[in-house]
Design a protein around this ligand. Structure first.
Ligand SMILES: [Zn+2]
Length: 473
């Protein structure tokens, strides 16, 4: 929260400085790069000209032997003192935190001290920098908030969750706030979040045999799929853990290219989460990489749905959990072969009328459901197409989803097609992109004919439309 508030003045300041630079550069004569001559234009005065170059009126006056700053004329050629210009006009440089970087490493890169970096960016906790964070590496210092951070407890928050969010130890928060029993906090309670000093910086640097580590995007989004690509100089065995679960690592090219498709479950709270990656080289050398990834909210909307009386029993939690368990089991299996290439095709020639992620309230109840797929408003009987090549691993009639088909595309990626009127494929069939696998219908817990389309990655349903626009890897 505090970081967010501080970011705005920085951006405005940078914009101002960039504007200044552009104005200055437009006046540089092409023949002599060491002298800037400004030709006075109608309506200009010395104060304004000096301001444009980030100089004072006195500096420009002195360079041009002007005794009366009010006495300049249109067309007059003014020498702009270049050295001062270079110093004053440099916009603040920024650095985007890359995976595996520590504050120390970034400080070294720019010849700064950790303390300078902390001051420039108002960093409260050096252990909480995250990949994709934009750090200012020059310019004016921002007041750090070492002990001043106050967190107001929100509904649904736990003390351990708050500790994780700020990257501080639970015991430290308890001690500072005199909390004996961590389960006894209340909504609206003001907590002091203790600062951590830079000597505690523990994040690991990249081991020597790691040649690259990339994230796409740099911050992951709730309900979307994140991609991590890691390359090693020599073959390595890689395991990874993020969001309290072990992540699937796909190792290619003689175990030197390692890919992770990371599904971010819906309802994952926005925050900073550590990822742990363990590499074992062919010589038995073990290295650990640990860095923070920011997860941002998906910003999904909410929707009221009215179910007819006869379908209300399908809202029972047990029915829903059973069906999720079936799909989770089917889609958690990993097929080494990748059947798909490029992006997913759309599953029907129909408009998408309900996106993934929407929070749902059924018949006036709580918003504790969410839409785990995308809906296509096809008329009954409209053909449903396979979005990519793969093998049919489920072809069944489910309670909620009705007539459904799940296709395994390999590498932990599955698509599911539901509420169909009929299906044309069976378990074990191999299908191609665009092959009709069924027809749009109204079976299961549907409120009208439509196709409900899901995409699962390593057992988690994510936004399928991301896969229509973006390739993995
Ligand atoms: Zn749907």
């Amino acid at each position: 929260m505090i970081r967010h508030l501080l970011a705005k003045p920085l951006i405005i300041m940078m914009l101002l400085l960039f504007t200044t630079t552009t104005l200055g550069q437009s006046e540089v004569p092409p023949d002599d790069p060491n002298i800037i001559i400004h030709i006075v234009q109608r309506g200009e005065n010395l104060f304004r000209i000096a301001l444009n170059y980030g100089l004072t009126t006195e500096q420009v006056a002195q360079a041009n032997n002007i005794t009366d700053p009010g006495n300049i004329f249109v067309g007059q050629r003014l020498i702009i003192p270049f050295n001062e210009l270079a110093i004053v006009q440099q916009p603040p440089e920024t650095h985007i935190v890359q995976p595996g970087e520590t504050l120390q490493r970034i400080a070294d890169l720019y010849g700064l001290t950790i303390d300078t970096l902390i001051q420039l960016n108002g960093i409260e906790n050096p252990n909480r920098i995250y990949v994709g964070q934009v750090l200012q590496i020059s310019g004016e210092a921002v007041e750090p908030d070492f002990i001043e951070t106050i967190h107001i407890v929100q509904s649904g928050e736990s003390l351990s969750g708050i500790a994780r969010q700020y990257g501080v130890a639970l015991a430290d928060i308890q001690q500072v706030n005199d909390i004996v029993n961590p389960s006894r906090i209340y909504v609206g309670q003001q907590l002091i979040i203790p600062g951590i000093h830079p000597t505690n910086t523990t994040a690991a640097e990249l081991p020597d045999f790691v040649t690259s580590l990339n994230l796409r995007p740099l911050s992951f989004v709730e309900g979307q799929t994140g991609l991590i690509r890691l390359t090693t100089q020599t073959p390595a065995n890689v395991t990874s853990s993020f969001l309290n679960r072990s992540q699937v690592v796909i190792s290619q090219e003689n175990n030197t290219v390692h890919l992770m498709f990371i599904p971010i479950p819906i309802f994952t709270e926005a925050g900073i989460y550590p990822i742990e990656i363990t590499l074992t080289s062919s010589t038995g050398e073990i290295a650990q990489i640990s860095f923070n990834i920011q997860v941002v909210s998906g910003g999904y909307g909410s929707q009221y749905i009215t179910l007819p009386e006869d379908k209300v029993p399908l809202l029972a939690p047990g029915v829903e959990q059973n069906e999720m368990a079936i799909l989770t089991t089917v889609t958690s299996s990993f097929t080494n072969e990748r059947y798909y290439q490029g992006t997913m095709s759309l599953p029907a020639a129909a408009a998408m009328n309900a996106p993934y992620g929407t929070r749902r309230s059924y018949n006036g109840g709580a918003f504790d459901h969410y839409h785990n797929g995308a809906d296509f408003a096809g008329a009954p009987g409209t053909p449903v197409y396979a979005a990519a090549p793969g093998q049919v691993v489920l072809a069944d009639t489910l309670n909620i989803r009705g007539i459904s088909v799940v296709i395994d595309h390999g590498w932990g990626v599955y698509t599911n097609y539901s509420h169909m009127a009929e299906r044309y494929v069976n378990i074990g069939d191999f299908v191609q992109t665009g092959q009709p696998i069924g027809a749009v219908g109204n079976t299961g817990r549907a409120t009208g004919a439509h196709l409900h389309w899901e995409l699962w990655v390593n057992g988690i349903p994510v936004d399928p439309m991301q896969w229509v626009w973006q390739t993995f890897p």
